[in-house]
Every structure is written in structure tokens, then in C-alpha cells.
Design a protein around this ligand. Structure first.
Ligand code: F0G
Length: 352
């Protein structure tokens, strides 16, 4: 029986027999081949979607949170705290509930998707909506956790990165080798750091013969790494990555440069086009931030970046149901109301 990523990858993680394992069986997400989407992007690529929306709370954050909460329990902490654009808070709330810990969450007021807010509330976290953005909320959390015996569970917590690196292991375990390119969205830049760490560790162990080039994508209105300076008022429809001053900026640059990859930006329009294409061409539903790398791959495909046949993997970081409002707004047709008889239904379907 699959029992979560600490059980599966224990030898690669900083845990001991004394670490209480707090798991909701995160990880083990599918790597889904996406030939129709690949054809839309470039004839050169063989594309696979790492569908992280299928984690217990619907995002990749569960990998890191399983480690962060297990280690907080080992250290005897009673309360954890995070700033979040939504997914981290959903995950922190769920894992804290399972561990019996108090969970405090600061979110940027009015700027997180409905599903994520619902999750944090339903799992019993204390949720404060800050009149400010994610960067300001994170600064407050760093301040408070440095003064009180409260564990910070943002990706500045090194155990978060340790947990998240296991997604790279799974990709290599599934493919039997590393991909040629790995694409993912970049917000606070913890995940690109974690993936690169995972790929390098597995390579060192001889599990793959090469390393992928890392392709990171930010939203154009929130692209500090691409612009080369912090963005004071980040904006994007992809609220999960609405971040102007990423905590792991330097390690994101290292992942890009060591791998020979790129970090680029995509507009909200390009994100929304990718959002429609993934859902319509592959039947896979991911939230707007998650499809930023699909939009980015499309731009690279058009520019002739892929010059030879390449295996490309992309992390779909969060489930589409997290953000039902964007989903409904993006659908061209709303349900038409019909009478409960066969004539009305056939007429509405133009079958009469
Ligand atoms: N995709 C989704 C769906 C996210 O929720 C996040 C980050 C990212 C991508 C970017 O990952 O920060 O490691 O570069 N969400 C954080 C949160 C900030 O609070 O949920 P990153």
C-alpha cells in the first residue's frame, strides 16, 4: 500500500525513526502523456504533465508540508504559521489538522482563489486577510516566527524543499531517465529550487544519465526575476504566483544557470489561452498559475527553441477546481435553462 512520500523516499529525506510521520498519502501523482497539447506547442516535443493537482489538498504544497509538519512535531512545536497566496495555507491547515497543531495563516486580502480560502477555513486554521500583498504578509510572518515559538512553514523552511524535491524523483522513476527539459511556474521560487535539487540528487545516485534544462515561467505582471528587480505591486490573474520579491530568488537563478535553462514571463492572455488548451485538448484541469509553463512552452515552440526531438515534462502545480471563478469566467457558454421535457432539451441541443 502506498503510504506517502516519507515512506517511499525515506533514504533521501532528513528523517529518523524518531520523526513522527504526518502524511495524508501525498505524492505518487501521475505523469500523463499529452500528445494533443504537444502538437499544439511544437512537433519536436514529447510532452508529459506531472499532475500535482491530484495531491490530497490539490497542490504540490502537500509534499513540502508533509515534511515541514512532521519535523515541527519532532521539534515539539505547537503552532505553525505561513503567508500564502492560497495553496500553502490550504496544505498547512490540512496537515496541521491531522497533526493536532494550531495553524495561523496570513493571506493577501481579496486576492486568493475561493477554493483555497475554503480549505484553510474548513480545516480550522486562523486566517487573517492582510491589507497588503504576499510579500508584505511573508515579511510579517518571518518577523513573528523569529520572536515566538512558532514554526514558519513557508518554503524558506528547508524541510519544505526537501519534501518537494521528491516530485523530480517520481518523474525519473516513471520515465526511467530524466527529461530533456522540465518546465514549471515560478512564484516564491521554492519549487524550482526543489526540483533542481531533486534532479541533481537522483543524478548523483546514478538514477538518470543526464540532467534536464529547467524552464521557469513567471506572470508578466509579477516577473521580478525576469525584470531583474523586485516588483512593488505585482498583478496577474494567476493569483498563486502574484509575488514581487521571491524568497528563493538566488537559488532559482542557480537552477536556471546550472541547468542551462531559462526563466521567462508570459502574459495573462497567454496564460488563459493555455488554460483553455490544456482543459480542452487533454481533459486535465489545472489552475491558472499552473498553466503558465504551458504558455511559456508554446512561445518557445513558436520561436524554434526545440531543435531536436525532446522529452519535456511540466508540473501542473495545482488543481483547476481551486479557482472556480476563473473557470466559469473563461467558459464561453453558461448553462441554458430548459424545461424538464424532451422537446425542450432536443430543441436546445439543435436536434429538432
Ligand atoms: N503554482 C501554484 C499553484 C502555487 O500555489 C505556487 C505557489 C506556485 C506555482 C509557485 O511556486 O512559490 O515555489 O515558486 N504558491 C505559494 C502559496 C506562494 O502561498 O501557495 P513557488
Amino acid at each position: 500500500m502506498y503510504k506517502g512520500l516519507i515512506d517511499r523516499y525515506r533514504e533521501y529525506l532528513p528523517v529518523t525513526d524518531k520523526t513522527p510521520v504526518i502524511s495524508i498519502h501525498e505524492g505518487n501523482t501521475p505523469l500523463i502523456r499529452a500528445p494533443r497539447l504537444a502538437a499544439w506547442i511544437s512537433p519536436k516535443i514529447d510532452l508529459y504533465l506531472k499532475y500535482e493537482g491530484l495531491n490530497p489538498t490539490g497542490s504540490f504544497k502537500d509534499r513540502g508540508m508533509c515534511m515541514a509538519i512532521s519535523k515541527a512535531m519532532e521539534e515539539g512545536v505547537k503552532t505553525v504559521m505561513c503567508a500564502s497566496t492560497g495553496n500553502t495555507s490550504a496544505s498547512a491547515a490540512a496537515y496541521s489538522a491531522r497533526a493536532g497543531l494550531e495553524c495561523h495563516v496570513l493571506i493577501p486580502g481579496g486576492k486568493i482563489a475561493l477554493g483555497k480560502l475554503a480549505q484553510a477555513l474548513v480545516h480550522g486554521a486562523k486566517v487573517l486577510a492582510v491589507e497588503g500583498n504576499f510579500d508584505e504578509a511573508l515579511k510579517l510572518v518571518r518577523d513573528i516566527t523569529s520572536r515566538y515559538p512558532i514554526a514558519l512553514v513557508n518554503s524558506l523552511n528547508p524541510y519544505r524543499i526537501q519534501g518537494q524535491k521528491t516530485a523530480s524523483f517520481e518523474i525519473i522513476d516513471d520515465l526511467g531517465n530524466s527529461p530533456d527539459f522540465h518546465a514549471l511556474p515560478v512564484g516564491n521560487a521554492g519549487n524550482i529550487t526543489a526540483y533542481w535539487m531533486g534532479f541533481k540528487e537522483y543524478h548523483k545516485k546514478g538514477k538518470c544519465s543526464a540532467l534536464p534544462k529547467m524552464l521557469g515561467f513567471q506572470a508578466a505582471g509579477s516577473a521580478p526575476i525576469v525584470e531583474g528587480h523586485p516588483v512593488k505591486h505585482p498583478e496577474t490573474i494567476a493569483t498563486a504566483i502574484r509575488i514581487g520579491n521571491p524568497a528563493s530568488w538566488q537559488s532559482a537563478l542557480a537552477a536556471r544557470d546550472e541547468s542551462g535553462g531559462i526563466i521567462d514571463k508570459v502574459t495573462d492572455e497567454q496564460i488563459l489561452e493555455a488554460y483553455r488548451m490544456v482543459t480542452r485538448l487533454e481533459g486535465v484541469f489545472a489552475e491558472p498559475a499552473s498553466v503558465a509553463p504551458i504558455a511559456g512552452l508554446k512561445l518557445l515552440g513558436e520561436s524554434g527553441y526545440f531543435t531536436k526531438p525532446s522529452v519535456v515534462t511540466v508540473t501542473l502545480t495545482g488543481h483547476g477546481l481551486k479557482d472556480p471563478q476563473t473557470a466559469v469566467n473563461q467558459s464561453s457558454a453558461q448553462p441554458k435553462v430548459v424545461s424538464a421535457n424532451i422537446e425542450s432539451v432536443l430543441q436546445a441541443l439543435n436536434m429538432q
